[in-house]
Design a protein around this ligand. Structure first.
Ligand SMILES: [Zn+2]
Length: 303
């Protein structure tokens, strides 16, 4: 066992912490894989909030008052003979975020060959969700008949994206524009767009929510009475306690908050499991109602 947790392309060694978590939803196999962590300014938590209130929340979470350590997760789903990758992590698109971008390496460590992936579902086209597909050599290792499912509203949005309502650190809007444009260029022929919803495989339904981006979508899994929703960027850690805080990456923050509250209410009512991109690893919980807001109740470790 190595205690060295850095990657060596020519000398791959197992990581001390494999950063993957597997569970079952009825007949559907689900594996959550951490792409790593993004360190972002604390203001990203909620740009419509008094900075002192924001800093106090971070301190209450035993975090530094000015830095948001943002987990980044992807999911692999197997159903009906299909292997579906939901989002692809950061890749190497933004070198200032070196602790993210490990999806491909960690999929391999989990025994998931890129050539076995039949479908990719994109919750949206921000670079922390598509960047892994743009890493050198990845495209050549994917199947030529790979299908990439994304909302038509999302591909249309990135033809001429509106950043007037976001609140991002300098450099991010340009990097996001560039990455989305490159993704559309490289994968155009493999895109399978849908308007509102699409069943990717038995019990695997991608559904457009809008809000975070116009084509933002969530993935609903259902099998044998079990249910799980992968919420993408509709729900963040702070969103349980403060669903009305506007995250800096939301292109329509009011709508994003409405989507978040509606989804959290629904998941609390039907008691299904929630997984989301930026919840701390393992990002699996149930949603409880707590007065006017919500609580994230972690599930028991099942393996
Ligand atoms: Zn994201």
């Amino acid at each position: 066992m190595s205690l060295d947790n850095t990657s060596h392309p020519d000398r791959p060694e197992p990581e001390l912490v494999p950063s993957r978590y597997a569970l079952k939803v009825g007949e559907i196999d689900v594996m959550v894989v951490s792409d790593g962590v993004l360190s972002l300014p604390g203001a990203m938590l909620g740009h419509n909030v008094d900075p002192a209130v924001r800093a106090a929340w971070l301190v209450d979470m035993f975090l530094p008052p000015d830095v948001l350590e943002w987990a980044l997760n992807v999911v692999v789903v197997r159903s009906g003979g299909r292997t579906i990758l939901i989002d692809a992590g950061m890749g190497a698109e933004f070198p200032d975020l070196p602790r993210a971008g490990r999806t491909v390496q960690r999929l391999e460590a989990a025994g998931i060959d890129l050539a076995s992936v039949t479908d990719v579902v994109l919750t949206h086209m921000h670079m922390d969700h598509v960047g892994g597909l743009l890493v050198d050599g990845v495209r050549d290792r994917l199947r030529p008949d790979l299908r990439i499912h994304v909302a038509a509203a999302e591909t249309k949005f990135w033809e001429s994206p509106d950043f007037s309502r976001v609140s991002m650190p300098p450099g991010f809007p340009d990097a996001l524009r560039r990455t989305a444009k490159r993704f559309l260029h490289e994968y155009q022929s493999q895109l399978r767009t849908f308007d509102e919803k699409h069943e990717v495989a038995p019990g695997v339904l991608v559904t457009r929510t809008s809000g975070h981006t116009p084509g933002h979508s969530v993935v609903r899994l259902a099998s044998g009475g079990d249910r799980l929703t992968f919420a993408g960027d509709a729900v963040f850690q702070v969103g349980f306690e403060h669903p009305d805080w506007y995250n800096g990456f939301e292109h329509d923050p009011e709508e994003a908050a409405r989507v978040r509250v509606r989804l959290l209410r629904e998941l609390a009512a039907n008691r299904e499991s929630l997984v989301a991109t930026h919840l701390s690893f393992p990002p699996v919980c149930h949603v409880a109602v707590d007065g006017d807001v919500f609580r994230c109740v972690p599930g028991p470790w099942e393996y």
